[in-house]
Design a protein around this ligand. Structure first.
Ligand code: ARG
Length: 252
């Protein structure tokens, strides 16, 4: 009788372990069942920024519609920009959505959705700056957001020693205002938002680089990538994406 009880307990334990393994990550669509966890860096208006405790913006709203279509609850994690791709690779987050530019280097680390927006790298200067065009950047002190394409291109073109890397775009703009750098290279829409929010700044007429924004996924989760692409396609086709863009970027 005692042995039988032991045997039963053992059998239950074995069953338990097997059933746990069965609900393991490998066969569910997302990191946490029923949730779509998006990693972003919310100091990048109008794509993602904080309004009180909420994270709002173009990316946040598109992600919400995607999650709805997939029957998942959207959760947004606000982290450093350069932690997004490693976090997606490690399987901490389902996707990275942060006005993120598709680059060949990043493609080696993550899979990208179809592009849902265009970006342009531009140069912010002070109103009284002697920088009049891109040709004047040689030897100037350039501020960027760490690990962004602005950082990567500027470091390549003008030398790492001339580039100051800030944790986010806001801090780079603070650096420019304080005279620590001569200009900031950053994406055009955030640049417009920063210039609007700060006196005495302007954007150079000539742009620095054209880019495509897309959502990043873990290389192993092509199922989620495919489903998000389908949802995105529908949301672009029915005008939902454009409606969100128009809300945050009013026509001039
Ligand atoms: N488009 C640039 C890049 O991919 C900057 C993106 C920064 N995004 C953010 N949410 N802070 O490198």
């Amino acid at each position: 009788m005692k042995n039988l009880k032991k045997l039963l307990a053992l059998a239950l334990a074995v069953l338990f372990v097997f059933s746990m393994a069965a609900c393991g990550k490998s066969d569910s669509l997302t990191v946490e069942d029923g949730k779509l966890i998006m990693a972003t860096n919310a100091s990048f208006p109008p794509y993602e920024y904080k309004e009180g405790n909420d994270i709002v913006g173009i990316d946040a709203e598109i992600a919400k519609l995607i999650a709805d279509k997939l029957g998942l609850e959207l959760e947004i994690a606000d982290i450093e920009f350069d932690s997004i791709i490693p976090g997606v690779q490690k399987g901490k987050y389902d996707m990275g959505m942060a006005g993120m530019t598709v680059t060949n280097e990043r493609k080696e680390m993550v899979n990208f959705s179809n592009s849902y927006a265009k970006g342009v790298q531009v140069v912010i200067i002070k109103d009284d700056s002697e920088i009049a065009s891109i040709d004047d950047l040689e030897g100037k002190k350039i501020g960027v957001q760490q690990s962004t394409t602005g950082d990567i291109y500027a470091s390549e073109d003008y030398g790492e020693e001339n580039v100051t890397k800030y944790a986010n775009g806001n801090l780079a703009v603070e650096g420019l205002k304080a005279g620590k750098v001569d200009c900031v290279i950053i994406d055009n829409e955030p640049a417009k938002a920063y210039v609007k929010a700060n006196e005495g700044l302007k954007i150079l007429d000539t742009s620095y680089a054209d880019e495509d924004y897309a959502i990043a996924f873990n290389k192993d989760n092509t199922e989620l990538q495919t489903k998000v692409n389908e949802a995105l396609k529908e949301l672009i086709a029915d005008g939902s994406v454009q409606k969100i863009v128009d809300k945050y970027i009013p026509a001039e």
